[in-house]
Design a protein around this ligand. Sequence first.
Ligand SMILES: Cc1cc2nc3c(=O)[nH]c(=O)nc-3n(C[C@H](O)[C@H](O)[C@H](O)COP(=O)(O)OP(=O)(O)OC[C@H]3O[C@@H](n4cnc5c(N)ncnc54)[C@H](O)[C@@H]3O)c2cc1C
Length: 459
Amino acid sequence: MSDSRSGAWRCMVCGYIHRQSAAPDECPICGAAKSYFEAMATEAPIKAEFDARTANFSGNLVVLGAGIAGISAVEAFRKATSGGTVTLITKESSLPYYRLNLTRYLAGEIGNDELPIHDRAWYDSNNVDLKLGEEVADISLGDRRVIMRDGSGMPFDRLIITIGAHPFVPPLAGAHREGVTALRTLHDARLMLKQLRPGMTCAVVGGGILGLEAAGALAARGAGVSVIEGGEWLMPRQLNKRAGEILLKHVNGLGIKVVSNARTKELIGDERVMGVLMEDGRQIPADLVVVATGVRPNSQLARRAGLAVKTGVIVDNHLRSSHPSVYAAGDVAEHMGVLYGNWTACQYQGGIAGINAAGGDAEFGGIPRSNSLKVLGLELSSIGKFEPDGPECMVLESESDGEYIRFVFKDRQMIGAVLIGDAAVSLAAKDAIEGRKDFSGVLAKDASAAQVAEGLRTT
Ligand SMILES: Cc1cc2nc3c(=O)[nH]c(=O)nc-3n(C[C@H](O)[C@H](O)[C@H](O)COP(=O)(O)OP(=O)(O)OC[C@H]3O[C@@H](n4cnc5c(N)ncnc54)[C@H](O)[C@@H]3O)c2cc1C
């Protein structure tokens, strides 16, 4: 870890910014170890050309959705200007919270008090009108109004859409049964906790990050847990096969069973679920089934309003939608064909949309996708591309004492890394990938993966 010139440190897992001379021993937000903190060269979490004189907006800003993208938008807007009015709307009834910490909450690692991003007083003192438990039914671009579920309207001069995503539940027979759930909201987590009983069996359909974290959390609560993954190995969208095998060993060590190459046919039971039936006839008993098979952006409102939508709401580098006064950010937004679906990207995008809505000029240039695991007690990161995407690519790999390193290079630059067991290298690799660091010197010497890692560790 290098020095922080600004006295600010960013948690690589959740994006939390710690404004002290040293990184904390543990992230107060997501629990990541000290080694996951990167020194920030400047305090600003985003690259932005922002001139306070351009923050001349004095109309109504309405932000739809109070997840991390909506909160970051409001924070950036208010940092830029104290003018105008800001209304932040969410259909959830709890104070906006750290969604990525729901698995830690489910595991019992954190309590209710640690979930809110800000306390109620923060909204008042920042002149933000927070509307909880209110659902938006429509957006009327013609007369610039947001129509609420009760039929009332709210005018806006600028609008930021940050309504996130919803769990994708495949059309499985029995998905309606009691005891079948997804994990997206605090409400979902609380319902799961209410149902947990000693000795209970749980099945998680989907061996991606969310499925594994949910499985880890349920196992930590004493449940017998099976994970059902359709692919050949765990986290197939983030890990190569060998990394998936190492992860499997760790997950099995926690008492979690994993069934791979398994197609779920039906969630069997009566009113309540009793198990999962696979296409090959195998059955896994379960009193609770968590379906973690991905998310889809909540793009319907924007589509109906006439905004350009592909899978998500199409945005340009300024996070502006096809309407000049409407921005979108976070899980609902699609930038250059990419739906990021992770916390850090939502936070960056929300901040940029907020600055621009205030009259600033900030651009989002895209960031490499990166993912880390929480809850399972394994330091694992996947950054950028984990498989080569052409003959000009080169892969370096090494494995020893529970550590696994894999780097993917293209045109002398690192374009991806999978790292198990060494968070310090993850951070340096992320910086190298984001900063397009030139590795030609190292590669010319036929360096091994371990040597590249050592080089990164000491930079
Ligand atoms: C359990 C869990 C763990 C995760 N862990 C990680 C992790 O470790 N690392 C990581 O990078 N990512 C993680 N993620 C993903 C990450 O949390 C999301 O990418 C991010 O929170 C999305 O933020 P968002 O602001 O775009 O949307 P959301 O957080 O989904 O917020 C959307 C908001 O819009 C509101 N809304 C929706 N429709 C309407 C409507 N019609 N009217 C009014 N309000 C509406 C919702 O109530 C909500 O407030 C995790 C996700 C989950 C569910």
